[in-house]
Design a protein around this ligand. Sequence first.
Ligand code: NAI
Length: 258
Amino acid sequence: MQLNGKTALVTGGGRGIGQGIAMALAKAGADVAVADLDIKIAEETTAKVEALGRRSIALQVDVSSSESVNMLIQAVQEYFGQLDIAVNNAGIISIHSVEELSAQEWDRVMAVNAKGTFLCTQAELEVMRPRRYGRIVNVSSIAGKVGFPNLSHYSASKFAVIGFTNAVAKEVASDGVTVNALCPGVVGTGMWRGEDGLAGRWREEGETEQASWERHQKTLLPQGEAQTPEDMGQLVVYLACAEHVTGQAIAVDGGFSL
Ligand code: NAI
């Protein structure tokens, strides 16, 4: 699968899954714009992409702001002159029972995960549709296919991403643009690891964060081990190459959601 001559954008590309996707696209031959709320980490990914011999630019964005997203797409257009592949990956999580979940926290998570996906897709389509070519991949989650306790707001935002993806795919199918969703299972990024990650927060009494991480992999995952950012990158490269796959929500979860 070759992406030479293609240009890609990855939001939330400064670390974790986004960085894995940026690297996979670059290895397949694409030039990659790396956008993140944190410009410093976006620059780190850009340096890694450039080390592979591809062009890259780091851009600051807050995907929950339409102004910021529009400026991002304009900057990508100016730098590369085109946009072929867009991966709307930026996302946030928090843990709350539905009883203690505040309206503000609901809005915060929805603003990044659901509204952010809408804003990015809308702006990307504006440059893709006239060229009658585009590949959009929205990063949902297996929490967008099944509900998880204490993650109701997160699950709602990720179900929204899948519904949105499915509808928009049909809307733009005749314009040469495909729109799919990637549903990661469990990946050992900042979302899971560390004191503030899910492994840190879901510890049993006296358990270390590392032991919690290992327990979660063993108990949750049929394969007994987490997926990697590279696994996610492989599916994105496939979707970037595929012409007739659209509207799908594909899990890369080692059988977790079965
Ligand atoms: P992460 O927390 O390691 O990385 C997320 C990146 O998004 C960070 O670089 C952060 O700065 C950026 N970001 C956050 N808010 C932003 C905003 N408003 N605008 C622009 N950038 C923003 O998380 P990870 O694990 O790499 O997650 C990436 C995506 O994958 C997210 O959408 C997440 O919901 C999804 N996912 C992750 C899973 C996992 O096990 N790690 C499982 C299922 C889905």
